[in-house]
Design a protein around this ligand. Sequence first.
Ligand code: NAG
Length: 400
Amino acid sequence: MVAETGSGSKWRLVLSMSLLFMLILQSGHCQKEEEEAKTVVGRKPKTTKTKPGQRPGKSSRSGTPKPRVKAPAPPAAHTYLTQVVNKGKFQKVGDTLSVRAGDTLELRCKGSSVQWGLPPYLEEDDEGRLRTAQHERYGTLTLANSTGADTGEYTCFPMYCEDTECRKEYDKAVKVFIFFPDPQELFVPSEDYYEIIQLRTNWPTVLPCQVTSPGARVTLHREFPPAEVAVDGTEISFNVKRGFTIHRPKPHHAGGLYCVASLGNLRQSSTKYMLIYVNYPMAPPTPVIQASSSSVGQGENLQVVCTVLGEQDVLIDFSWEYPGQQMGRPLYTQDSVRPVGGGAARQQSQSVLLVDEVRDVDQGTYTCTAQNLEGSKSASTTVKVLTTPRSKAKPKPQKP
Ligand SMILES: *[C@@H]1O[C@H](CO)[C@@H](O)[C@H](O)[C@H]1NC(C)=O
């Protein structure tokens, strides 16, 4: 993304906000708009620390979940992964594993060159708790001071090397889903008070309320009107490694939902999920760009118009790249949407970039990028700046 200057960025902000607003309107649920500022769409849990008071319905009573090691799954052709349970004691790892939060996880993976795949937030920042090492016959992964947030999928990829080139052997990867039961936190902590999730027809939607204990009982609930949502395993199903999946979203699934986990005396609610039903476009937009003139004299005004013809009620977000950008040349954009006549539900979205009193630095390539929920496409045009004002210069045969 290129940084934007001037009121172009203001317009973009307004557009992004109106997109969010439209999404909420389409869902028919306008409650809790005041919390929008906190919302992050599709964000993964990032911190291991839980902020106090972040989640509703939390109880500080602790039923201590027993850390359990599930019986190892029947070994595949090659079982590479073992857990180091005690000094010199190894245990074959099955499909899932539980390690009490606070303990150190130590895995070994057979192979002279292996790489590890981690839950996304650990990939970003392990706070120095993670160490991997390669020995002659095996690789090790050690995760110290574990927390419930470390819950997720751990993968060992044997590497196939030829000369100096190595690549992961995906078909020989060994995966284990590791739970870190935390007596205080039944759910993997989330940074966000609530998450917005888009429901899209015929696309399975996941409510990722991930528990830290495989033994927790998890139910799904609707905020308004308050009710438990039936989980029949067909329309909606639950998987302890993923959360709830709505297999074929319909508009009636929209609204505020949350999960409740109970284990022993402990009962906790997850982050809230705002499910929003979205009209998806068929394809990314196809912008067409045109400058008012391909060559302008210094001091004249220039307009570059970017137009998208598309489906109705599908918002297009425009962004611009232009020659004077790095110098902080403030340009202005005017965006508009209007329906296109003639039966078919289509609309024309347009962004006009206005360059007042053109200078040398404005010569070059202008690129407009149009984005909708399906993707983005760009279009470019070049503009030449004539050194002497055109009014005084001899007319040049310039245009093709
Ligand atoms: C684990 O926690 C202890 C106590 O808070 C700390 O002293 C130690 O440095 C931590 N270890 C790692 C690897 O972060």
